[in-house]
Write a protein that binds this ligand. Structure first.
Ligand code: NAP
Length: 313
């Protein structure tokens, strides 16, 4: 059987779109399946300042939109659908989606990761009513109000800095005595007079009437708990990799999918790139590099299947 596609990319974030670009440029008939707008997590970045070639920060939506246009210009196609299953028969993969099935010689899985929840009382109740996981989306609703940021990684530091442009009353708590974030981001937060950083703190409870009014915080070094008025709570405590389509593949202790240096999994022709992949550094530029490698090796795998291989990759 000849599949309909050479390469199907599941997930249209920067890693997935780069794989599609390199695939299409290598003359692979390439499809990107994306359930939302292409861009993935980048869509939520207001100012991306660490992508090479952009000396001024670039808006994540504009960046994604340009990348999508570029991907289409190279000949890849996009399909709006949710992938629900993935199976392999012989050399052919079948991607099951809400829009039907798509067959391909090779698949790039770039399904990303979704934000983690704290699981404290009030979090779900006030979600969308003061509790948020996206500063760019919801921060402007709380202009000049008092906002709490929870977390100590790059996301928390980046987003706290963003929120501090909207108000001079950002409280940032982290459960440890120092940030996990890259030093440049952590130092920026610590130097910002609008951000009140409190280490060794956890959020115990979120309270309010119809919307967030108050939080209960705990000092982990003394055990003391105290209440504080608060208008919004932004939670940035990491992510859960979206591995549902490949749950039988090897994962690291964080649940991220393990590949070899070619981004290939133990299933020949199935590649993993971006935030769903086990890597020491999750960055847009890293995801793009991974996408390029995956597409390059995918092309070689297809040559293998067709008996046109030039040599081993
Ligand atoms: P992360 O690096 O996993 O950091 C999550 C933070 O939340 C950690 O400080 C962690 O504390 C804390 N945390 C986790 N569970 C918690 C809980 N239940 N209660 C309280 N705190 C909790 O996640 P991230 O910041 O979202 O970043 C994800 C990836 O994207 C990283 O690889 C990061 O480098 C990348 N990223 C990069 C940029 C950038 O370059 N500008 C921006 C955003 C994200 P512990 O430290 O105690 O574990």
């Amino acid at each position: 059987m000849t599949p309909e596609w050479d390469l199907v990319v599941i997930g249209g974030g920067p890693g997935g779109m780069t794989a599609a670009q390199y695939g299409a440029r290598a003359n692979l008939k390439t499809l990107v399946i994306e359930e939302m707008a292409p861009g993935g997590a980048v869509l939520l970045i207001s100012d991306m300042e660490n992508y090479p070639g952009f000396p001024e920060p670039v808006n994540g939506y504009e960046f994604s939109d340009k990348m999508r246009g570029q991907t289409e210009n190279f000949g890849a196609q996009f399909q709006s659908a949710t992938a629900t299953g993935l199976r392999k028969e012989g050399d052919i993969y079948t991607v099951e989606t809400t829009d039907g099935e798509y067959t391909a010689y090779t698949v790039v899985l770039s399904t990303g990761a979704k934000h983690k929840h704290l699981g404290v009382p009030g979090e779900e109740e006030f979600s969308g009513r003061g509790v948020s996981y996206c500063a760019t989306c919801d921060g402007p609703f709380f202009k000049n109000k008092k906002m709490l940021v929870v977390g100590g990684g790059d996301s928390a530091c980046d987003e706290a800095s963003y929120l501090a442009n909207l108000t001079d009353r950002v409280v940032m708590i982290h459960r440890r005595d120092r940030f996990r974030a890259q030093k440049v981001l952590a130092d920026r937060v610590k130097a910002n007079p609008s951000i009140d950083v409190r280490f060794n703190h956890t959020l115990e409870r979120i309270e309010g009437e119809g919307k967030v009014n108050k939080v209960v915080l705990k000092r982990t070094d003394t055990g003391e708990t105290y209440e504080e008025e608060m208008d919004a709570v932004f939670v940035f405590i990491g992510a859960i990799p979206q591995t549902q389509l490949a749950n039988d593949l090897a994962k690291d202790e964080g649940g991220y999918l393990i590949t070899d240096q070619n981004m290939e999994t133990s299933s020949t022709g199935l590649f993993v790139v971006g935030d769903v992949r086990s890597t020491p550094f999750r960055q847009v530029v890293v995801a793009c590099g991974e996408g390029a490698v995956a597409a390059h090796v995918a092309a070689a795998r297809i040559d293998d299947i067709k008996g046109e291989a030039y040599g081993a990759v």
